[in-house]
Design a protein around this ligand. Structure first.
Ligand code: UTP
Length: 294
């Protein structure tokens, strides 16, 4: 029922103030979990889901992000000369096809909804995915792939959803649930950053979306909402008023909020422990400091 999704938007124009002073010169998306920048995790997830066109919404100071996706022929040659085949493979796996990436500027950080709207001409009249690279998801089957498979059955709009503690609803867009089908919920409405007492549920939206082009139309008329920003949530909620379906998808996996310091550190530990060559060392260190009661 859902059309094939081949385009993904990566809104990366935010200022990343929670990571100042690092983000004075390093884009948040270039910050590294173990040995890969956040953006690489997002790209790999998109590729696994069958995405072939990658649209970055960037801003001033994000040059390092564009450079990261350039091929590095000199470095590749050097590794070849030295027979460092493993490293060469790692490097080559990050190469993108020519013309697969497009960059568009958001001239002012007016919010996530506005950032997505900036990509409207590149998206055109087809469904598209949105990936927020600071939400990193460890999953056996990559989260967007899970969603695209579910979306093939439902069509409409789909947002990744996860249960949060009631006192945390004020950090998320929260779903008002019309029908709970288990893995999937049909959504009646969405509220951006409600206080616990005003939240319609504790099912929160995180940074993966599959959206129909009508959401871009809605964004034409959305005024700034919560926090003075143009909210993507409001444009998706508007689609429900227009009688289009919105589904929340309870993905399988663990999400790390790498836009926050604590989430980033947790992800570093989790991804470090998941790496065979690092596990024993890191585990030993963690056990030692726990024992020492630090
Ligand atoms: P955040 O709310 O995490 O904002 O944005 P931020 O600026 O990146 O970080 P802090 O809060 O100042 O530390 C969520 C996602 O939306 C993008 C960000 O780049 C991030 O991927 N975004 C946000 C934009 O592209 N444009 C905006 O105007 C706002």
């Amino acid at each position: 029922m859902g059309q094939k999704v081949t385009k993904a938007v990566f809104p990366v124009a935010g200022m990343g103030t929670r990571f100042l002073p690092a983000t004075k010169s390093v884009p948040k998306e270039i910050m590294t979990l173990v040995d890969r920048p956040l953006i690489q995790y997002a790209i790999d997830e998109a590729r696994a889901a069958g995405i072939t066109e990658f649209i970055f919404v960037t801003s001033r100071g994000k040059g390092a992000l564009e450079d990261y996706f350039d091929h590095a022929p000199q470095l590749e040659q050097e590794l070849k000369n030295k027979n460092k085949t493993k490293l060469l493979e790692v490097l080559e796996s990050t190469n993108m096809d020519s013309g697969a990436i497009a960059y568009i500027r958001q001239h002012k950080a007016l919010g996530l909804g506005h950032a997505v709207w900036c990509a409207r001409r590149l998206i055109g009249d087809e469904p598209f995915a949105v990936i927020l690279p600071d939400d990193v998801i460890a999953a056996e089957k990559p989260c967007l792939q899970q969603m695209i498979e579910a979306y093939a059955e439902t069509g409409g709009n789909m947002v990744a959803a996860m249960e949060v503690a009631p006192e945390r609803t004020s950090s998320y867009g929260v779903l008002d649930i019309a029908d709970d089908m288990g893995e999937m919920v049909k959504v009646r409405g969405m509220v951006e950053k409600p206080k616990a007492e005003d939240a319609p549920s504790n099912l929160a939206v995180i940074g993966r979306y599959i959206l129909s082009p009508s959401v871009l139309q809605n964004l034409n008329n959305i005024k700034s909402g919560s926090g003075g920003e143009i909210q993507l949530t409001d444009a998706i909620a508007r689609d429900i008023e227009l009688s289009n379906n919105v589904y929340g998808y309870r993905f399988k996996g663990q999400r790390f909020d790498c836009g926050s310091k604590s989430g980033f550190l947790q992800a570093t530990v989790a991804f470090g422990l998941a790496r065979e060559e690092l596990r024993d060392d890191l585990k030993g260190y963690l056990e030692d400091i726990m024992q020492a009661g630090i």
